[in-house]
Write a protein that binds this ligand. Structure first.
Ligand SMILES: [Zn+2]
Length: 213
């Protein structure tokens, strides 16, 4: 199969166009259905790697430190996210524990790790092993990462609890808050652009190889 990186296909209606050369911050749209075909990402890709590393660090802090400390009649108790999941499983709510593990731990972590791997400068120069599979995995994990829903749940629970006991927010709570914002920025990035940059470099290398042969 011949590869044609000079062409671009509309994801919505399959119309084929010559890939336009975009100026700074320009967006190309499909003439037929107005869907976005391509956009100039500028140096966003360069900024994305430090943001992803930041998100991974926050993720570790959010899971190692307690989310909240509750004090009631001189007794105090604190818990981490993993501690809460284990308590759920112990109380016979294994399905809920599984759901929390998947949506707040597993899927966001998969997304961040895959993105980190694909954004490494070496990965962008040479298409890394498992490139296609990992991009697909990241896309599949996307709708299942629900840290923001979890964050909302915690806030509601804390407000309700604060009537009954003294609630002291832990470091993990702030980390989860920051992680929610950072992850939204990181994950809103369209993986198509990483793909496109790899394709362009591959095409360039193939061309050089053909000329030197
Ligand atoms: Zn279209």
């Amino acid at each position: 199969m011949q590869k044609r990186p000079d062409l671009i296909v509309c994801e919505e209606c399959d119309a084929v166009y010559h890939r336009p050369r975009l100026g700074r911050c320009e967006i190309a749209r499909c003439q037929r259905c107005n869907a976005e075909l391509d956009r100039d990402t500028g140096n966003r890709l360069e900024r994305l790697l430090p943001l992803t590393v930041g998100a991974l660090v926050l993720f570790v802090i959010a899971n190692v430190f307690p989310i909240v400390t509750i004090e009631l009649q001189g007794l105090s108790s604190d818990t981490t996210l993993i501690g809460a999941v284990m308590a759920l499983a112990r109380d016979g709510m294994s399905e809920v524990a599984l759901l929390v593990t998947a949506t707040t731990l597993l899927f966001p972590l998969i997304q961040m790790l895959v993105l980190f791997y694909l954004l490494l400068p070496s990965s962008r120069l040479e298409r890394p092993p498992g490139f296609v599979l990992l991009l697909r995995l990241m896309q599949a994990a996307r709708p299942w990462g629900m840290i923001e829903v979890f964050m909302l749940g915690i806030l509601v629970a804390l407000i309700k609890l604060s009537n009954m006991a003294e609630v002291i927010p832990g470091p993990a709570l702030w980390s989860f808050g920051a992680l929610t914002v950072l992850l939204t920025v990181v994950v809103s990035f369209n993986p198509r652009y990483i793909w496109h940059i790899c394709e362009q470099k591959q095409a360039l290398r193939d061309e050089v190889r053909e000329h030197s042969a």
